[in-house]
Design a protein around this ligand. Sequence first.
Ligand SMILES: C[S@@+](CC[C@H](N)C(=O)[O-])C[C@H]1O[C@@H](n2cnc3c(N)ncnc32)[C@H](O)[C@@H]1O
Length: 438
Amino acid sequence: MEKEKQYIYIVQASLEPSKCKIGKTSDLERRVSEYNNMTGKSKENTYRYLFSCAVKDMAQVEKDIKDVFQKFREDKKKEIYFFNDDLFEEYVKFIKSHNLFIEDIFIKIDDKKPIVKIVKKTTPTLKERGLSSPKDLMQKAQKRKNDEFYTRYEDIEKEISMYAKEIWKDKIVFCNCDDAVDEKNGKINEKRTSAFALYFINNFKNLGLKKLICTHYSGPIDLFNAGSKGLVYLITYEVGEDGRIKIEKQSPKGYTGSFDDPLSLKILNEEADIVCTNPPFSRAADYWKTIIKSKKKFLIISNISNIVTNSFIPYFYYYKVWAGYNRVDWFEDDRKRLIDASGHWYTNLPITNRPKYEHLKIMHLDDIPAKYKKDDDSKILLVDNCYIPDNYHKPFAVSARPILNGLLEKGYCLIENKEYYPYINGKKCFARVLVQKM
Ligand SMILES: C[S@@+](CC[C@H](N)C(=O)[O-])C[C@H]1O[C@@H](n2cnc3c(N)ncnc32)[C@H](O)[C@@H]1O
């Protein structure tokens, strides 16, 4: 009897480009038809494979993917993972380096009749992939399993130094995402204190702050080892009547420390002036919604691709948020090891003379090198590498980078508050946004 085939796949719905599903199946064609025939699915929402491969033990590989990428999974429906170019690359890299990986399977699915043909591709060797052994990668990935991303002190210092100091004067700063402070009798243990909290404590007088409020979230992982599981607290710093800094630590009953806990919302809405933190990746959309609704000033770190992701684009479109000055490529894990991730500062604080304007190459369309401009199948101009035409008055599509470099402050505006997906020769390309010269 022929042995049952085993596959791992990454599938995506056309209307949900910031997510994908990673799963296992013994029949790839049947699986995608099942997705496409789900009850309640709209006609426009078509699932197609982004990647699929044969493996030796699909249950094991699927389990390892779940473990390694647990923080990139949506909470409720566990097979749903967050998606962007970098994450997709990570998922594929991990799967292809797994010791149970056999070979890629490329399936081309026609949108209307979802069964076409299976074409085998040759798999590059590990050496071609620049890996010493699959075990290496697996171990590396496993180590990341429980990672939480700490922001480095130097990244906070670098960003805040770009803003006018007056912004902070007499202000109440609220760090509402796991910004724990390990403090005993007024002494701070720097190693176990969030760099956000530490930065504001160290610069409390220099910035002229009125108060600093930090919360500790009782999540599954105690990032800063700052309290036993379940111990959540609020810590406040303020200048007392005697001119000295007073520290108050409280663990209000029933308080979860979550940014959307009623007490955190009360502080946000009634007390805080400026919110500054690096919120959890998996709750970014909720976090942005909460913070923008509060109408408070904020300076936060989030994914670099937010500007080309539907949940966030409207905020840029309505000028509720814009890029901060710097990208943040490196974070630390709980053992202070460096982790690379694509972060960027976002804010609603005023930005002046953004140094990154220099990266925008604004020039006549004819002067843009041919390899950085092309029309997509709908005859929309796509420009790359931060080239921007200044004599082109129709909408054109750009990736995240020019927007992060300040394009919307240079006489260009977003013309749609949603993602734009170019197709080239029928092939869907990565998300962009449509902009136009005003
Ligand atoms: C990306 S880490 C950043 C930690 C810290 N702010 C820093 O920058 O070093 C996000 C943190 O938010 C915490 N977190 C997760 N869900 C949360 C929630 N609902 N409310 C507040 N914090 C949360 C996580 O435990 C995690 O430590």
